[in-house]
Design a protein around this ligand. Sequence first.
Ligand code: ADP
Length: 599
Amino acid sequence: MPKIRLGKGLAAAMALAVIAAVSLVVWLVALEAGKRRALAALDQELSVLARAVEGGIERFRYLPAIVARDRRILDALASPESGSVAAANAYLKAVRKDSHADELFVMALDGDTIAASNHDEPTSFMGQNYRFRPYFQDALATGTGRYYAVGATTGIPGYFLSSAIRDGERVIGVAIVKVDMGGMEQSWIDGRSILGVADADGVIFLTGHAPWKYRPLHALSDEALSDIAVTRKYDGVDLGTASPIFPGTTALPETARVEGEDARRLVRQVRIEPDGWRLLGFASLAPIHASALLMALLAALAGMLVAGAALYMLQRRQLISAKLHAHAELERRVDERTVELNREIEDRRRAEDELREAQASLIQAAKLAALGRMSAAIVHEVSQPLAAMENTLASTGLLASRGESEAVAGKVRAARDLVRRIQRTVKLLKSFARNEPARLEPVDADKAMAIALELAAPRAADDGTAMTLRPPVQPAMVMANATRLEQVILNLIVNALDAVRNMPDAKVELWTETEDDAVRLFVRDNGSGIPEHLRDRIAEPFFTTKVTGEGLGLGLSISRAILDEFGGRMDFETGTGGGCTFRIILPAIGQQSRREAAE
Ligand code: ADP
């Protein structure tokens, strides 16, 4: 049905739209949540790392002041030419070893290095002058100094912590500890986030991301550039030509694209005091995008599963209701057909009843027709004794007047005989013509033969036909209806009489035979016979060879129908010298039935 298909298509389209919308919302929410989580994680990572950076420096905070108080250092500053320098050098080397500081050294008031922990190494600071460094100048001015810079001698960057060396109240030199921060930087190289420490000017000097090393976040002012040049902070690096990481802005963006990467990164920073540094973290958004996409896909998948299940259920419901519908339709048709069949059965029954009735009235008609055809003979049969009786009564009167009482008595007896003869004929006709229902009962076939013969006798006598019934040899009991069986036999006799009419030496012979389980009744004539080409036609209803009015052509067909009712049948043979023998075959009944019939 197109209506249902349209409904399904619409439902599927709507389901897809809902799934797409839900997936989009899931994607956005997951992205936002992912960002928030990443920001929180980044903030936490940065604050931990900032503390680590601070701690890494603060560890050495008091070391220069302690070194400044050592006698060997004071002695070396007091008399640098003496052997005290060697003692100071040995002391500094030992302290470096114990404290894991990068280097320790002592500068005189003119800025010359007079003792150093690396005094015996190729990159020794001995004799070098670092007067230009702020940590030296600050220590002279304020007593302490601190500064990050790339080593002017070694080229190795480090954090310089300094302390003034005093002899009494008088400042006589500066003690410096250089802290190496390279180890920390190394550990950042393969981290998930890109990390970097920028100084107060915004120059990144520590980072795990090599391309950013010694690059300013934003364009540097001339003042800052000249300051960096004077202090030789980043010795050997040309910051004037280094391109800023975020050109054209002084603010830090929330997200940034790192060169060589597709996804943007979240940007956060924390301050590291006291130098005005900033620890920057760039967390990748790629995993957040990936997981948001995954969530959206999962949502879409779940939505499709739910929609699929819903569609399946919908289809199933439709299928079931269609099946129920079909079932109901089938039942309805079966009911209709049952009603039709009942009606047909009823019609058929009625038709059969009508047929039976028609057949019964046909049988009756045929019977009456047979009687009608014999009516002349029957009238003769009645009128003849009546005439005789008239004569007898006339002569009785005469004899009575003469007073011959004995002769009168004889005449009265004769008259009574004549009346009885008439009575018998009338009774025979009455019982034959009776239209009674065909009830089956044991019937003596010989007796039926005798009655039929008697009925036809007047006609035979009229025609001058000799009609004989052979005496029975064996009992011939059959299950039949006496009147109807007589009707069948009479039919055969009338046909036989018709066939032998006007024949010289006309004969009709009747007899019965009982053999095994069958009783056979024979009616033979020496008449015209039946031509071979008519053999199959004679029993057809209304087939007759007789002149109009003499025969209806129903005798044989009705006889067949009657014999069918008794479970019997009929056939005939044509004799070689003409003539016909009709044979009725009926099932014989047993001894008991015979006894009952006798009783
Ligand atoms: P009807 O006697 O009214 O013609 P039947 O059905 O009794 O009708 O017989 C049909 C025909 O069969 C008869 O017209 C006759 O031609 C033929 N027939 C029946 N019995 C005989 C017979 N014994 N000898 C010759 N022909 C016969």
